[in-house]
Design a binder for this molecule. Structure first.
Ligand code: LLP
Length: 423
């Protein structure tokens, strides 16, 4: 469910017409709906009513400060994976006491910064990282609360580039080695073990891999408790998938996910942390782009738009499907054309959709790439020296630019000419 709908034949974001934003901002741009962000947060949060659960929004999905603040106002904590994300969470108003720090390899500097601002928990991904956190914390006279991220060796049945829970993946500590690492952690200064953490991948559309992993985690909690560890917290990561093809491929509802969590882990009476990213932001954003040319080739017809793979890399990187909607609502029975929707970047991979049936479009028309609120703007680059896409946040009848398009001068000023070339 989202708040991007046709009204009077024109795509709207809540109460704002998309062409109005395009006229003010130019194209391409990302557009986010506050009501959708809030709704997704509330649906997830309601699903866990009655369980001891907190939501730490995975900042990596969409780290615009205005998006984070919208969620922070509802009580969301944050899951961060770098000092930069930690600084964003704090700047947007997430209290340090609601921040968990995940990520494969935290540096000494990042650990020190996180201890300094007083984050709630480190999710530790390896033995050397555990030792580093101990060394830095002890050196600062502080105690780091840690959960060990275990790798349960479970196939998440998602795209291989976003699966993280198999033994072959770089993430987490092997569940077989975990008892020994917990025993080691207990001997370390500056470390307080509070829990266990798991995250097996992203865009999971089946509950079975979750339930296999969570059952394994539950067994580990019991074994660790029997070894004398005081395990009171379980962090279950993120990963619940979203519909990318409208209502035709609905993944499990958060209520079903919550029931599965209760079934697998409810008996342990632990405090639960969830790190949803995509589920909250994915369908709360669209990428709006303008048709530059319709190009009729020998083999197919290309719809060339002004957004490219540098703006939204998901189709290129993960073969991701994104629905594409004309901003002007097609008349019933309008002629359809099979298009390859491509961007202007000089790579064949710069393709948003192949053989997509759309009403006939022409230069100047606006189209919306749907479900682009998560892992869209955050993965954008300036490849081909294209300015980073601006971001717009809508609330009811209002919209605001929450990140401006940089000027070409500003972009070029980032490079510095060395002495020997500045004449
Ligand atoms: N927690 C941890 C430790 C993670 O690594 C991730 C995502 C999340 C939470 C949030 O997962 P979510 O609820 O969003 O599935 N760029 C890729 C997705 C990468 C996900 C990375 N980790 C994409 O566009 O599909």
């Amino acid at each position: 469910m989202n708040h991007f709908e046709y009204r009077d034949g024109v795509l709207h974001a809540e109460g704002v017409s998309v062409p109005d934003i395009a006229a003010a901002t130019g194209t391409p741009f990302y557009c986010y709906s506050s009501a959708t962000l809030e709704r997704h947060y509330e649906v997830f949060s309601q699903a866990f009513k009655g369980q001891k659960a907190r939501i730490c929004y995975a900042i990596k999905a969409n780290s615009n400060l205005a998006v984070i603040r919208t969620l922070a106002r509802l009580g969301a904590g944050a899951d961060v994976v770098s000092e930069g994300e930690l600084r964003r969470a704090l700047a947007a108003g997430v209290p340090a006491s609601k921040i968990v720090f995940s990520g494969v390899a935290k540096t000494d500097a990042e650990i020190a910064f996180a201890l300094d601002v007083g984050i709630d928990q480190f999710n530790v991904e390896s033995e050397p990282e555990l030792d580093a956190i101990s060394r830095v914390a002890a050196g600062m006279g502080k105690t780091a609360r840690v959960a060990l991220r275990v790798n349960p060796d479970v196939d998440a049945k998602t795209h291989e580039k976003i699966a993280t829970g198999k033994a072959e993946n770089k993430f987490g500590i092997s569940w077989r080695r975990a008892p020994a690492v917990y025993a080691h952690a207990r001997t370390l200064p500056g470390i307080e073990i509070s829990g266990i953490d798991v995250h097996i991948g992203s865009q999971l559309t089946d509950l079975e891999p979750f339930s296999t992993a969570f059952t394994r985690v539950g067994e580990m909690v019991e074994a660790l408790r029997a070894d004398g560890h005081n395990i009171t917290r379980i962090d279950l990561g993120g990963g619940l998938g979203i519909p990318y093809r409208g209502d035709n491929d609905l993944p499990p509802h958060p209520d079903e996910y919550a029931a599965m969590v209760k079934r697998t882990l409810g008996h342990l009476d632990c405090e639960l942390t969830f790190e949803p990213g995509r589920l909250i932001a994915g369908n709360a954003g669209i990428l709006v782009t303008r048709v530059i040319y319709e190009k009729v080739g020998d083999d197919r017809t290309f719809l060339i738009v002004d957004a490219g793979m540098n703006d939204l890399i998901r189709p290129t990187l993960y073969d991701a499907f994104h629905e594409i909607r004309p901003v002007a609502e097609p008349a019933p029975g309008a002629e359809e054309v099979e298009y390859d929707v491509v961007g202007p970047v000089c790579e064949t991979g710069d393709t948003f959709a192949r053989k997509r049936r759309l009403p006939r479009l022409k230069a100047g028309d606006l189209v919306a790439v749907m479900s682009a609120g998560a892992y869209g703007a955050v993965q954008a680059s300036e490849y081909n020296t294209r300015p980073l896409v601006p971001e717009i946040l809508v609330r009811g009848e209002h919209f605001a630019e929450v990140r401006a398009r940089p000027s070409y001068d500003a972009m070029l000023r980032q490079d510095i000419m060395p002495d020997w070339l500045s004449d």
